[in-house]
Design a protein around this ligand. Sequence first.
Ligand code: FE
Length: 276
Amino acid sequence: MRSVKFVIKTHTVFEGGGFKVRRPVSMGSLMSPFLLLDEMGPADYGPGEAIGAPWHPHRGFETVTYMLAGQMQHEDSAGNKGDLLPGDVQWMTAGRGIIHSEEPHPDFKRKGGLMHGFQIWINLPAKHKMMPPRYQEIPASESPMIEKNGVWARVIAGECLGIRSKIDTMVPIEYIHVRMNNNSVLEKEIESSLNTMIYVFGGQITIQDKIIKDGELALLSEGPKLKIKTKDSSEFLILAGPELNEPIARHGPFVMNTREEIQQAFTDFRNGTFAN
Ligand code: FE
């Protein structure tokens, strides 16, 4: 049975054009393959106030955006354009390079409202870092969800309560959004060797007598099984993935294995050969 190794509290930072995110303090190889976990908002914007992240590049990893409230619009150098509504998931594999903008939808920006969601960054192993970019978009209506004994789950990647996501991930990832009623229990199997973490963003949960509260990220020990209990209703993400055991060279929006590869990314970006 997995237990809590340690707990990290989130802090608030400002990203992109200045939008507020909650971010656990230390993200690094410790939580391989996850490079970043951002809770965007919840932020209640007035008319004209909503902000996003204007055009910027990525290389060497994946960004996964999951909306809970509000409406985003993305656009990229490959000519893709789309909207992200509550419950929608965009799984973007930047691979060798993408330049994109992630902004509030113009209608949402005009009217204002509640914006809430998550963006995680997942590292790619060296052999996939320069793969052609690709998108997988899963609208809320096609997203696998289940409700059983006071536990609701959306399976973005992996498996939970007998349902499985169809998403094709480059490394085996579990990404589950869970809501639990008070006094309920969730038992889930996770491959023993996968690094696993849980980010609580509402209420609190208990794992082996250890309480994890709103805004806290728990890193779990290895083991084939996870058991979560609640006293009050709670909401959280389960994230699991393999240890990549490769050097990480990271600079801003580029995550490679060596400094030379980072310099190459900057050179390609300057020369306009980045996302071709
Ligand atoms: Fe981005």
